[in-house]
Design a protein around this ligand. Structure first.
Ligand code: UD1
Ligand code: MG
Length: 451
């Protein structure tokens, strides 16, 4: 028998304390270090030229505090060490949880690589096709640890498909491929939904808060507030075997430990994001750069993989998934993709308008087949109201289209608005996405899966 049936909650309180420190450090250090970034030539924006890539400050504070926290994460064990003799019944003390230490360390490794990649991207503007595989490689430590623990690679087949595939489907290596792509997606999807004050950091903040709420559902609370979820037909029990990931036949202790781990990584992230948002809110005095996008994205991939809730995590990325799918014609070269797709700023009205890309400009070497496919995609999207086209009056050829990003869709649908307004719309969408995610995860999943 184990000495302590419930993992150490005191470490959780320490983590809250560390997070407050992270918040204060971000609030203070971002403006204090601004001049150093300007001196190094790292400036962004157009008029005021505030320092760019200050996500590096956030990432440094975040990773430093996570390192300082390591002994506390294992305080439960450290305090009980050698406790065999002190325990009246001589119950054996559990082995040091090396596995959890490797989970923690491999996570830090991935975060460090993401920070490095982000900062290099800020300084050198790495080409798209070069930076895509790097998060995949950065995720190998995570996948190895997942493998070492014989992590689940089964998915539960939805009820309507069971006659074909059975109840459980083992994806095997494909599941590892999926997890490594998840890290690429998480790191890049925030970066391509960016460019207006507060956008990057507010997305990260709302996703992190959603993950925290989800984690809290799995902690051993004295009062069972999961009951209301149950009434909705939900499945949020502590012994919850996984609506999607069966195979999770471990006890609830392991489930609690995993979600504690996720909290240890998410609470300081919320803290640095809140601190940074204070400086990045319109009109921004500091810009996050790619560094913040990559490090926050990797942090989500890390907790999703290591705490085994990657599918729930993806549900918190609904706006990013939408933005990615919408962007595909431009990302894959069917439609020209200008270096920047952010909305166009009009200084006279102080408003943002959808930005446009031009098609069939002289000297364009895109293959005709690709162009035709691109034009077809644009016309379909225009019919769905997701882009606005300028067509040639006689030939009917598409000449211009608004860039395929969710920010431009907001401007096309809701009309021009101020930068502050646009980021507020984005934040509301992100929150709405999280609400949908919780309903799907704990409400609707019961209809498609019998748990
Ligand atoms: C990605 C997008 C690009 C978008 C850019 C905006 C794709 C494929 N790439 O490129 O379309 O224009 O992000 O971030 O979708 N900035 C501001 N205000 C802010 C934040 C950033 O003006 O609040 C400026 C920065 O100063 C910088 C630029 O936006 O000049 C961001 O550039 P960078 O992060 O290098 O762009 P990418 O991530 O490569
Ligand atoms: Mg960027």
């Amino acid at each position: 028998p184990l000495l302590d049936p419930v993992p150490s909650l005191p470490a959780l309180y320490t983590s809250v304390g560390f997070s407050i420190l992270a918040f204060l450090a971000t609030i203070y250090l971002v403006p204090a270090l601004g001049p150093s970034f300007v001196k190094a030539g790292l400036t962004g924006g157009d008029l005021l030229k505030p320092p760019e890539s200050q996500g590096l400050v956030c990432a440094s504070i975040y990773i430093m505090l996570l390192m300082l926290f390591i002994p506390f994460a294992f305080s439960n064990f450290i305090l009980n060490f050698g406790g065999t003799s002190s325990h009246p019944e001589g119950i054996s003390v559990p082995q040091f949880p090396h596995y959890q230490l490797s989970v923690y360390l491999s996570s830090l490794l991935s975060l460090l690589i993401a920070t490095m990649l982000g900062f290099l991207d800020d300084v050198f503007d790495i080409r798209w096709r070069h930076k895509l595989p790097i998060p995949v490689i950065a995720s190998i430590p995570l996948l190895m640890v997942y493998y070492a623990e014989r992590g689940n690679t089964h998915v539960v087949v939805p009820l309507p498909l069971r006659f074909l595939l059975g109840t459980l489907l083992n994806l095997g290596p494909l599941y590892y491929l999926y997890m490594s792509l998840l890290s690429t997606f998480a790191t890049n999807s925030i970066n391509i939904l960016a460019g207006i004050n507060g956008s990057e950091v507010s997305q990260a903040l709302i996703i992190a808060l959603s993950v925290i709420i989800n984690d809290l559902l799995y902690l051993p609370w004295p009062v069972d507030f999961r009951v209301p979820l149950h009434l909705l037909g939900g499945k949020a029990e502590l012994e919850f075997g996984g609506v999607w990931s069966a195979g999770m036949a471990h006890g609830s202790r392991e489930l609690v430990e995993r979600h504690l781990f996720s909290l240890y990584f998410m609470m300081p992230l919320v803290a640095v994001c809140t601190g940074f948002l204070y400086h990045n809110w319109y009109p921004a005095r500091a810009f996050p750069g790619d560094t913040l996008c990559y490090v926050t994205g990797m942090a989500f991939a890390v907790v999703g993989i290591q705490a085994h809730f990657s599918k729930t995590l993806l549900l918190f990325f609904l706006p990013q998934i939408f933005n990615f799918i919408l962007s595909c014609p431009q990302l894959f070269g069917l439609v020209p993709c200008p270096r920047h797709r952010v909305p166009r700023y009009d200084a006279d009205t102080n408003m943002l308008y959808p930005s446009e890309c031009e098609l069939f400009v002289p000297g364009d070497t895109t293959k005709t087949s690709k162009r035709k496919l691109g034009a077809l995609a644009l016309k379909t999207l225009a019919r769905l109201g997701l882009t606005e086209l300028t067509v040639h009056p006689t030939t009917g050829e598409v000449q211009k289209a608004t860039n395929l990003t969710i920010l431009n869709v907001f401007l096309v649908r809701l009309g021009p608005m101020s930068e502050k307004r646009l980021v507020q719309v984005l934040m509301c969408t992100q929150v709405a996405g999280s609400v949908v995610a919780f309903v799907v995860r704990y409400g609707l999943a019961g209809l498609v899966y019998d748990g």
